[in-house]
Each structure stands twice: as structure tokens, then as C-alpha cells.
Design a protein around this ligand. Structure first.
Ligand code: IVH
Length: 678
């Protein structure tokens, strides 16, 4: 008789097989119902017999509701990028370089260049061990839990002839169908839609809750095998093998013997790619033979044995109807082109950014011009030139505005800067910007009050500064609504019902417990970032002492220089700021430091000053916290007062040089832990 364990194993194998037929081969042989029945049976057996749990069971593909922080993992070998080429001439140059280096015949494999985000999957004994994002190429985020939810990624491999341990790299993609559905849902719920499927895939993969990832079906196409024991010496044949092991290796790859073959492949896919269910942005051309790949070797960031050919960005001509001007949160004014609507790369384009006055001048853009508009990877298109031949005879050069379109103040332009800026602190976008900074995650973290809602409350006259937030009542909020146009031109409705109003007020109420150092950061004193706010809070302990502190008092504090000291003094010299702090105090915010939070756990590091630099096995902020909890001090820059430079991976060469020249002791992460345990 079959034991429970055998039944569990059999179900897992069977389900993984059907999963493969459905998601990799797109050829299901059983009904969804039969699949679900098997899955339910497996779920039940696993629940009743937790001793047989397996992270790679098909039941795990739904993800977990636990939030996880991603660990940084170093890649076995760096994840490189590719050199780009844009025309046949550049491809010929590439081929000539290859021919010159190689002494024997060679052939190429042409593949599509998938426009997603690259990922590295490690398999050990036929099971998925780890999935890591590209990150900076040297190390990335461990996103295994999220990748397990991608149905086309095999959790267990088929067959037996795979290496004991190997890595396979590929691209995580969001299919157009998922993208369209996701953005529709986001618009419905008032969230900002994603600009393109790549951003959506990236945003999804970085979510900390894998159950949420599972709800946005992603796909994964693989294109590169690494490891000591690969089956053959041909990239193409290895991919065929990997396909047998259950990986989704697209069937689009072709062997090409020369540049003519490559050009034919490009010509075919330049058109065909538009019918694929996901985005591609080019072709990748690789020397097929692995020994030849090794012979050609690498540059610092890209291999010499491969190159990308990028499809030209789509470009159209249309009429520049007018130019409008947007004022940003810092007061900077950005010109925007209003265009006669035109189809471009799958969407209708009506607006395009013009960056700044210099760009208008450089292109000599005039109202009534026929302009060239191009869309690269981003949704916001660019005006890249004028068809001067079509310029109306009576057109006039564009004069940039001289006054703020929001408040009428005379615009200013600082020496050496490109942007014209509105100098009025009370100009609405700046006021809203300060409120948005106040509620942001690292400040008061009032996430129930997103960007659109600040705008709504501002427009209805309910908030003029951050203290007004604490006077809001549910009665005022319920029923408010407004249509909001995002920067990319999309329009959505936001507003308050009973629940969202209560939710928001609860978030505001909860913020009253946010510690003083974050309140100090949140009120937005110029140059007072998170770390400086912490230093000020710990040194001066209360807002009253800080208000009264002299320039000398302040610069006596570690890392507080002239510029910051002056800025704090300027802030408190304004009666409106004093009044604002007073209102926030009355509302019940924290303006006294909570000393118990800083009480040392030990004095192992008493009076020692550390500079922490580079990447560690745990987040750098945790290390800094440990230093403070054990009596030490953190500093951002190395000086003769520094006791230790705690050096992680990839520390900048400048720091190393400075530490060496000042004779500052350098210690590793391990040495740091042993200091702590002393
Ligand atoms: S091979 C050492 N093949 O393009 C070369 N990359 O611009 C490894 N990409 O980082 C890459 N499709 O994220 C390769 N068929 C394909 C690809 C591909 C998309 C991405 C990949 C890479 C980037 C380089």
C-alpha cells in the first residue's frame, strides 16, 4: 500500500508535471478542475503531515503572507550586461572582432532580448535553491520566495541528467495580459499605474509579500547556463537540454552562421515581436561554442562573445499645439509639450516632457512646429527634434515664462542651474511637497494618506500646513472626491468613504507616537536628513533646547557643520515655523527624545567612533544600530577621531585611501562581532 509520504511525493510530481505542460509548454492535458482537486488533496496531506513539508512543493506557489526583508546575496560570477549595437555596420564590426580573435570556425545563436529584469536561479540536486535579482551585477536581492510563485519556473527538475548544482539566468517578464489587468485594477483603486511591463515586473518582484506576488502572474524566460558540469560545449544545445529539464526556454532562438543570417533574423523579429505576449527590445547575438566564449573572454561589464542589437525606438511626427508649464515640489518649473494626439508604440501620445528652458532653446521649438516624438523604454515620450521643412512662415521663437503659473511670483534661475524656480514658499506645489515629505515613510509614515489625497485635502482648503492634518475630522472627509491627472496624463478619481476616512485618521493618530528624531526630520528643515535629525535629537533632547541652541552649541555636535547649523537657526528664526511646531506640540506629537530607546545594551564599544562602509551580511542600518546600542558612535566620514573603519564588501576606494593615510584601524564584519562579544 502507498504510504502517506509516497502519496505526497506522487502528487507533487504529478502536479509539477501538469504545471509544466500548462505554463511552459502551453499544452495542458487535464482540466483546471482535476488540477485543483489534486492540489487540494496535497494541501490537506501536507497540513496533516507537517514532517513532510517541502518549500518546493507545488502548494507553495501561492506564496506567503509574511513580509520578508530581502537578503543581499553575492553572485557566483557577476551578472554582466551587453554592449549595444544599433545597425548592421556595428554588427559587422562585432563579427570582425570575433573573427580576429578566434582561430577556428564559429557560429552564432540569435535570441530575442526580453525586456524584463534579469534573475539568477540556482538549482541543487534538481530543486530550486535560490533566486537572486541582478542588483548591481555583483550582488542582488534574494527573491526566492517570490520567484517560487512564478508558475513557469520549475521548482523540481524533470529527468535526471542535470548537473548536481548549476545556475541558470534569464529574464522575469510581466505578460501584456497581466500588465493590462494590473493597471486597470490600480486605476480603479486610485493607485498610480505602472509605466510599462518592465517596471511592473520589477515592482512586483520586489514586493515583500509573496502571496501578493502570486496574484500578479509573471513569466520567466531563461537564456544562460553557468556551472562546471554543463552537458555540452554548445550554448544552443545546453539550452535545449535545459528545456528538457523543464525550463521555459523560448523556441525563438536560431543558429546563425554569418552577419547575413543575423540580419535576416533581425528583419523577421522587428515585425514579429509586436505579436508576442511580452515586450522585447532587441536581439542578442552570442558565440555558440563555450570554449570560444572563454577564449574571447570579458570586458569589465560585458562579454566579448555577445552583443545586443537594439530595435530603434519608434518615432512619429506630430504637431506641437502648445507648451504648458508645471511647477514641481521644489519650485522647479518644467515645460511640457502638448501635442496633436498620435499613436506611438501602442499608446496614444498627447504630451511630452521638454525638461527645461535650455532644451526648448537648443531645439528652437516653436508652437505650430511639426516635431519628432520618440518613445524609448519609458511611457513619457520625448520631443527629439523639429521638422524644420514644415515650419509655418510666421512662427515665433518660444519665450519661456517669467512668472510662476501657480502663484504668479517672478521666476528665478540660480547661477549654473538649468531650471527656473518659483521662489515663493507658499506656492501650492511646494506646500503640498512639504506635506508629502512629512507623511513619507521615513518621516511620519502616514501611508493611509497617499499623494492624491494630499492634493484633494489641499484643494478643498482643509490643509495648508502639516499641523492642519491633526485637526481633520471624519465628517469633513467623507464624501470628498476629485479627479486627479498624473504626470503621464492618466486621470483617476480619488476620495473618501467612511472606511477610508477612518483609516486615514487612524494613521494620523498613530503618527503621534513617532519618535522625536523622526518628527524633527519630518518638519523638513533644509539639510536636516534622517541621520542629522537623530544627532540633533539625541544631543539637544527637546525641541525647546534646539530652538534656543546657538551656532556654537550646534557645531560642537559631531557631524553638524556650519551649513546645517545655519539652516536650523534660519528655520527657527521664522515665526511661522515656531507657530507650526507649537501647533504640532499641542496636537500631541513627540518633541522630547525617548532616552530609553538609546540606552546601551552593553558598553563594549564605549566612546568608540565607527565609520561603516560597504555591504554586509545584514543591512547596514542594523549594524549602525548595534554600534549605538553598545555604546559606540557612528560617523559618516573618516577623520582623525575615527577609531574603526568597519569595511564591508565593495567599500569605495576613497574611504580606504583616507583610512590608510590617517592610520585608522580597519576591521571586517567578523572582527566587529568579536569586538561586540568582548
Ligand atoms: S545574455 C553575459 N540573453 O539583457 C550575458 N541577456 O543588456 C548575459 N537579456 O542583463 C546576458 N534577453 O537582463 C542575454 N536572450 C538574452 C537576453 C538577455 C534579455 C537582458 C539581460 C542582460 C541585459 C543586457
Amino acid at each position: 500500500m502507498e504510504t502517506v509520504e509516497q502519496r505526497i511525493q506522487a502528487l507533487r510530481k504529478e502536479l509539477e508535471h501538469h504545471n509544466y505542460l500548462y505554463y511552459v509548454q502551453s499544452q495542458p492535458v487535464i482540466s483546471d478542475y482535476d488540477y485543483d482537486m489534486m492540489l487540494k488533496e496535497l494541501e490537506k496531506l501536507e497540513q496533516e503531515n507537517p514532517q513532510f513539508a517541502d518549500v518546493n512543493s507545488p502548494t507553495q506557489r501561492v506564496g506567503s503572507d509574511l513580509n520578508v526583508e530581502f537578503q543581499q546575496v553575492k553572485h557566483q560570477s557577476p551578472m554582466l550586461s551587453l554592449d549595444n549595437t544599433y545597425n548592421e555596420g556595428e554588427l559587422k564590426d562585432f563579427d570582425a572582432r570575433v573573427a580576429k580573435e578566434l582561430t577556428s570556425d564559429y557560429r552564432y545563436v540569435c535570441e530575442l532580448k526580453y525586456d524584463g529584469l534579469s534573475v539568477s536561479l540556482t538549482y541543487k540536486n534538481g530543486a530550486l535553491l535560490r533566486a537572486v535579482t541582478r542588483g548591481d551585477g555583483v550582488q542582488g536581492d534574494d527573491v526566492t520566495a517570490n520567484v517560487r510563485t512564478i508558475k513557469s519556473v520549475p521548482l523540481k527538475l524533470r529527468g535526471t541528467d542535470y548537473p548536481d548544482e548549476f545556475e541558470i539566468r534569464g529574464e522575469i517578464l510581466m505578460p501584456h495580459s497581466t500588465f493590462a489587468k494590473l493597471n486597470a485594477e490600480r486605476e480603479e483603486s486610485g493607485d498610480q499605474p505602472f509605466a510599462n511591463p518592465r517596471n511592473a515586473a520589477s515592482g512586483t518582484l520586489k514586493m515583500q509579500n509573496s502571496a501578493q506576488v502570486a496574484k500578479r502572474p509573471l513569466d520567466c524566460c531563461l537564456y544562460f547556463l553557468l556551472g562546471g558540469q554543463l552537458p555540452t560545449d554548445s550554448h544552443y544545445e545546453n539550452l535545449e537540454k535545459a528545456r528538457e529539464w523543464g525550463f521555459k526556454i523560448p523556441l525563438y532562438a536560431e543558429i546563425c552562421n554569418n552577419v547575413d543570417d543575423i540580419s535576416r533574423f533581425i528583419a523577421k523579429w522587428a515585425v514579429e515581436r509586436l505579436n508576442l505576449p511580452f515586450d522585447t527590445d532587441g536581439i542578442v547575438i552570442k558565440v555558440d561554442n563555450l570554449a570560444q566564449q572563454r577564449q574571447l573572454g570579458m570586458r569589465s561589464k560585458s562579454p566579448r562573445w555577445a552583443v545586443a542589437y537594439k530595435f530603434p525606438a519608434e518615432r512619429v511626427e506630430t504637431l506641437l499645439e502648445s507648451i504648458s508649464y508645471q511647477v514641481g515640489r521644489t519650485g522647479a518649473v518644467t515645460p511640457v509639450a502638448n501635442l496633436s494626439p498620435v499613436r506611438l508604440a501602442g499608446t496614444t501620445v498627447k504630451r511630452a516632457t521638454l525638461h527645461n528652458a535650455d532644451q526648448i532653446q537648443a531645439l528652437d521649438l516653436r508652437i505650430g512646429d511639426t516635431v519628432f516624438v520618440e518613445k524609448g523604454g519609458e511611457i513619457i515620450p520625448k520631443v527629439i527634434g523639429v521638422n524644420v521643412g514644415k515650419r509655418p512662415a510666421d512662427s515665433q521663437p518660444t519665450l519661456f515664462i517669467t512668472h510662476c503659473p501657480e502663484c504668479g511670483a517672478t521666476l528665478q534661475r540660480n547661477e549654473g542651474e538649468a531650471a527656473w524656480v518659483c521662489p515663493n514658499d507658499d506656492c501650492p506645489p511646494q506646500v503640498k511637497g512639504r506635506i508629502e515629505h512629512f507623511i513619507s515613510r521615513k518621516a511620519m509614515n502616514i501611508d493611509s494618506l497617499g499623494e492624491g489625497k494630499v492634493e484633494l485635502l489641499y484643494d478643498k482648503g482643509l490643509i495648508r500646513n502639516v499641523a492642519d492634518l491633526y485637526q481633520l475630522t471624519a465628517q469633513q472627509l467623507i464624501g470628498l472626491e476629485k479627479m486627479i491627472t498624473a504626470e503621464d496624463g492618466t486621470v483617476r478619481k480619488i476620495g473618501f468613504g467612511q472606511r477610508s476616512a477612518e483609516n486615514m485618521l487612524a494613521g494620523i493618530e498613530a503618527s503621534k507616537k513617532v519618535p522625536f528624531e523622526r518628527v524633527l526630520y519630518a518638519i523638513g528643515i533644509r539639510f536636516v536628513g534622517e541621520t542629522i535629525a537623530q544627532k540633533l535629537a539625541r544631543n539637544f533632547k527637546t525641541i525647546e533646547t534646539l530652538e534656543k541652541a546657538s551656532h556654537e552649541d550646534m557645531i560642537a555636535v559631531d557631524e553638524i557643520g556650519e551649513r546645517i547649523a545655519q539652516s536650523v537657526i534660519d528655520f527657527f528664526a521664522h515665526p511661522e515655523n515656531i507657530a507650526l511646531v507649537e501647533h504640532l506640540k499641542q496636537a500631541g506629537l513627540q518633541f522630547v527624545v525617548d532616552e530609553s530607546a538609546f540606552q546601551a545594551k552593553s558598553d563594549a564599544l564605549k566612546d568608540k567612533t565607527f565609520v561603516v562602509s560597504g555591504v554586509f551580511t545584514i543591512p547596514r542600518d542594523d549594524i549602525k544600530k548595534m554600534i549605538e546600542e553598545n555604546g559606540g558612535k557612528n560617523s559618516g566620514s573618516i577623520s582623525s577621531k575615527t577609531d574603526y573603519l568597519l569595511a564591508g564588501d565593495k567599500m569605495g576606494p576613497e574611504k580606504l585611501k583616507k583610512a590608510t593615510s590617517l592610520g585608522v584601524k580597519m576591521i571586517s564584519e567578523e572582527e566587529f562581532y568579536s569586538l561586540l562579544s568582548k
